[in-house]
Write a protein that binds this ligand. Structure first.
Ligand code: YXS
Length: 259
């Protein structure tokens, strides 16, 4: 059964997350469908893509599929993790990817949204970044996605509180572009996409890639990178990581020990 719907109208493509039973969790299967949709849109040389959920949804996406996270002793967000693939496909897509947000956004889905080029949200939308809820050591490029989306004060608030941030606050922080009443969200977002689609696609594609290269240009020494990876390993090898994953699966509150 399809976990997403795709649609093309002129030079604008739409990918709709459609797995409400699992609150559009970013499972390997769902991410695969989104990536295939983006690759098809790229082959068709579409000039803008809208990434959305079904109209009126309460949960845009519940984030990484916790059921697919390793129990421990393995990096939960390594290079080949589905979420990492999805982020890179969005960043590499040769035209603007616009996130149209209704409902709540969680964990890796918040990074997915922040990796998009433009974000339009309804006033009821919220964004939560949840590694600290589960004891997950987020990865380096993921940290960069957040740092490129908002200033470090806002990033620390999102990461250290794991609490949902309202669309209004996210807009004030510059982390999202527009907050639009739900009734106007679709017409506004498609108007934006169609305006972009009338402009020079090669110019936009090159400027998008330039910005990707420049925004990713943070010098980290090999020693610095290995230190970060070593620290992350102490987290995903910890009791707390296993406790966070188990508590989610057992639908109970985790009791973290700091070890
Ligand atoms: O019990 P069933 O089989 O009906 O399934 C339930 C949930 O288990 C499932 N589900 C998920 N399955 C896998 N991964 C998920 N992230 C996930 N979220 C939900 O969907 C079915 C309905 O869930 P339920 O009953 O809780 O729905 P609800 O409407 O009462 O509440 C919706 C949420 C989103 C508030 C609630 O499901 C929730 O809090 N989900 C987890 C949000 C979250 O913490 N996501 C972070 C995932 S980990 C991640 O993204 C990164 C690795 S990190 O943590 O580092 O950011």
């Amino acid at each position: 059964m399809a976990l997403t719907n795709t649609n093309v109208d002129g030079n604008v493509g739409t990918i709709t997350l459609n797995n409400p039973e699992k609150r559009n969790a970013l499972s390997d299967a769902l991410v695969h469908e989104v990536v295939e949709g983006l690759r098809d849109f790229s082959a068709r040389r579409l000039r803008a893509v809208i990434l959305r959920a079904m109209p009126g949804v309460k949960v845009w996406s519940a984030g990484h599929d916790v059921g697919e996270l390793p129990e421990g002793r393995r990096d939960p967000l390594g290079w080949d993790d589905p979420l990492r693939h999805l982020i890179r496909e969005i960043e590499d897509f040769p035209a603007p990817v616009i996130a149209m947000i209704e409902g709540t956004v969680w964990g890796g889905a918040s990074e997915t949204v922040f990796a998009c080029d433009l974000i339009v949200a309804s006033p009821e939308a919220t964004f939560a970044v949840t590694p600290a809820k589960l004891g997950v050591p987020y990865n380096v490029t993921g940290m960069l996605t957040f740092l490129n989306a908002a200033n470090i004060r806002i990033v620390k608030e999102l990461l250290f509180t794991a609490k949902p941030m309202t669309a209004a606050r996210a807009e004030r922080a510059g982390a999202i572009n527009y907050v639009v009443p739900a009734a106007e969200l679709e017409s506004f977002t498609y108007g934006l996409a169609n305006d972009i689609a009338l402009l020079a696609p090669l110019s936009i594609a090159v400027m998008k890639e330039q910005l990707r290269v420049l925004s990713g240009a943070h010098p980290v020494s090999p020693r610095g990178f290995e230190r970060v990876q070593g620290l992350r390993r102490t987290v995903y090898d910890s009791f707390d990581y296993g406790e966070g994953i188990s508590a989610f699966r057992e639908k109970r509150r985790p009791v973290f020990r700091g070890e």
